[in-house]
Design a protein around this ligand. Structure first.
Ligand code: NAD
Length: 353
């Protein structure tokens, strides 16, 4: 079987659901269920015997060691992290604990698990660490997109802690021979996205008649990737990636935040027009910029496409339409998340608290 951490979060839950849809191989899922973990996203897998959910912390080395010994996975994929830049600015401590200390403890547990494995299991085993393009810092317009050999220049507590975790993963390969793979991906969007991030926040605020907040001038550029394309890239790297290598994952979709929000508004105008006939764009409100806001991220994913033959399936236009339609079709999920009711639902459904 395979073992994932953080599989109740945005990307992890998409990965788990797709894994179950595509293969018969069981999947164990360790998640602490922070505010960002939502078992309701995994409701369709709740009664699937191939999915084993365990509530717990990647920093709990004893628990992780026990789970590895019990399930004997052929691969571990680490999605677990504190992931929201704004939260890292207001309170970096949790980011240090999970992204750095947690990754370190997970690596220690993996080292203990890996060392005595029989040769055949050893040569098949992989640890894939899911990371971000934010570790490379910020680009100016006209700069070449980030490649895997760009120096790390993280600018926020979030990206600094992810950078530290990437370095630890690299060191555990070079020092202890742990068979690791690292992926650095651009901004994701898609189903089950927690509505604190730009795209789901815009969709939900637009529908609720609330302001659509734009940081600064809205000219910050991000490279957007549909979450299921991120999952397909991770599957491909797991299957064929070179041990010890890093792979950038990107969507070749560089857009300013303002363009993203205007696109969301015009699709919503089409799919669910406002009663008064005005565009949702009339709700746009410019707010003070985020501290230290990076201007531009752009990913060069040539290595992944040239070496492993991966390409995204969605363009931004197709992916964003699917995302908005998913939100319109899943208003209950959205309502439960925004009201906090998802935490009660999880307790009731799984008795996890
Ligand atoms: N969202 C993006 O655009 C993006 C882009 C590139 C890379 N990433 C990376 O992908 C990974 C997943 O991101 P996401 O957007 O799904 O994040 P998320 O915040 O939606 O989910 C994180 C999950 O990890 C769990 N978690 C947090 N701390 C934990 C701990 N100590 N032990 C066990 N579980 C814990 C949470 O409960 C949650 O379910 C992260 O490592 C992030 O850095 C995200």
């Amino acid at each position: 079987m395979i073992f994932v951490t953080g599989g109740a979060g945005f990307i992890g839950s998409n990965f788990v659901l797709e894994w179950l849809a595509r293969t018969d191989e069981p999947i164990a899922n360790l998640d602490k269920l922070t505010y960002a973990g939502n078992l309701q996203s995994l409701a369709s897998a709740a009664n699937d015997p191939r999915h084993v959910f365990v509530k717990g912390d990647i920093g709990d080395a004893e628990l992780v060691g026990r789970l590895l010994a019990t399930y004997r996975p052929r691969a571990v994929i680490n999605f677990a992290a504190e992931s929201h830049v704004d939260r890292s600015i207001h309170g970096p401590e949790e980011f240090i604990q999970t992204n750095i200390v947690g990754t370190f403890r997970l690596l220690e547990a993996l080292r203990d698990y890996y060392r005595p494995l029989p040769d055949a299991e050893k040569s098949a085993f992989r640890f894939l660490h899911v990371s971000t393009d934010e570790v490379y810092g910020s680009l100016e317009r006209g700069d070449a997109p980030f490649r895997e050999d760009n120096p790390y220049q993280p600018n926020s507590p979030y990206s600094a802690t992810k950078a530290a975790s990437d370095h630890l993963v690299r060191a555990y390969h070079h020092t202890y021979g742990l068979p690791v793979l690292t992926t650095n991906c651009s901004n994701n969007y898609g189903p089950y996205h927690f509505p604190e991030k730009l795209i789901p926040l815009c969709i939900h605020n637009a529908l609720a008649g609330k302001p659509l907040p734009i940081y600064g001038d809205g000219e910050q550029i991000r490279d957007w990737l549909y979450v299921q394309d991120h999952c397909s890239a991770i599957r491909r790297v797991l299957e064929a990636g070179q041990i010890g290598e890093c792979y950038n994952i990107g969507g070749w979709n560089e857009l300013t935040n303002l363009t993203v929000v205007n696109t969301v508004c015009s699709i919503l105008d089409d799919l669910k027009p406002r009663d008064d006939g005005l565009s949702y764009a009339s709700q746009l409100t410019f707010v003070e910029d985020r501290l230290g806001h990076d201007r531009r991220y752009a990913i060069d994913a040539t290595k992944l496409s040239a070496d492993l033959g991966w390409r995204p399936s969605e363009t931004f236009d197709t992916g964003i339409r699917k995302t908005i339609q998913w939100n319109l079709d899943n208003l209950d999920w959205v309502k439960n998340v925004t009201s906090g009711a998802y935490q009660h639902w999880v307790d009731k459904q799984y008795g996890t608290s």
